[in-house]
Design a binder for this molecule. Sequence first.
Ligand SMILES: *[C@@H]1O[C@H](CO)[C@@H](O)[C@H](O)[C@H]1NC(C)=O
Ligand SMILES: *[C@@H]1O[C@H](CO)[C@@H](O)[C@H](O)[C@H]1NC(C)=O
Length: 363
Amino acid sequence: MFHSTSSVLGISLFATLASAQLVPLVDKHFAYPDGIPYQADTDIGVRGGQAGYNRCNATTEGQNSLCQTSFLNSLSDFCLWAPINPNSTVGDVEGQMVAWCSQPGHGARTIPAGTLTGLQFTKTPDYVQIVGFLTQNNVNLQPDDFGGEMDPHGADLRGNPLGGLMYSNAFGTNKNAYTQVIEWHNFIGSNAFCLKVCDPAGPNAAQYCQHIYDRIGCAYNAPNNAQNNVFESCLGDNQDFPGVYVENGVTKTYTQPPESLGPISTIPYVARVPASSSCTPFQSSALFAAAATVLPPATTSASATASITASGASSKPTSRAGTSAAASASAPKPTQTGNDASTLAISSAASILGVVFAGLFLA
Ligand SMILES: *[C@@H]1O[C@H](CO)[C@@H](O)[C@H](O)[C@H]1NC(C)=O
Ligand SMILES: *[C@@H]1O[C@H](CO)[C@@H](O)[C@H](O)[C@H]1NC(C)=O
């Protein structure tokens, strides 16, 4: 119903290849925790089988975990999708990502202490979102990977990662009650990330957590006020639906061009950054004390340190920065100066356009 041209083509291709019984991942609903099966995806398709499992507990906890059940609860309690093995790229392993969590307790891997260098959690009427800066090499991504999008769709409807499930306790008043989130998206790359999970009780969850704009990054899919070296939990207004904008009083919908047409050379609008409010600042040491004993991969941490300095200090989160160090360095990087929405809206556009003109979009 909400697929891009390329996805539609993919679906017709896969429809002939996949078994008629394939149930799309977004139609698989499991109560937490007892309803969760060992694997949400038991199919073997052209992309193989599910890489990990969904029943995650104390037995599966640790840095070798293959847990594929994720959470976004709060500023201090969330998981990102990241690779199983060191030195990977999103484009290569998006179907096999596993959960890396900000704290132990979810039967998953823990994001090593010091990896997250700035975070903004925002709760709005229709979704919760966390956006931040990280040393992505510490979660098994190549330092210069410009990344891509994970969501519960994909051309074969099995999700990225295959079988990946998402839960949250942010939508009710009971912090012990986890709701399965049906619609979500997570971009990671260029040492930044954004993760938005939409309230399944909301009427527009699929639109706010739209998944068809996978080439235009966080600035268009999750426009935000996140700053490096700041850790804050905020309330906020809803964004516009990704891809929807108003020009001269007319509401328009952007169509992301297919990759066959080459790099995206221009985007006709700047995504509005909604106001955030009631922001509560935190020290990262207070947020992630429990992660302090988890060390990053020893062999690759040195290059990651240099990378976060170059990327995190001066650029907005966007999942599209460059396919090589040289190209990344040549892309214009805006300077973030504060929490002013209009400034940041322009910064977002400059960042994504810098990316665009460098011609560096993920296949
Ligand atoms: C813990 O998780 C593993 C791996 O998914 C599973 O095999 C095992 O049954 C789980 N244990 C319990 C008590 O649920
Ligand atoms: C990471 O992978 C790239 C490309 O495959 C390779 O050139 C590089 O040597 C690898 N780095 C490490 C630390 O393994």
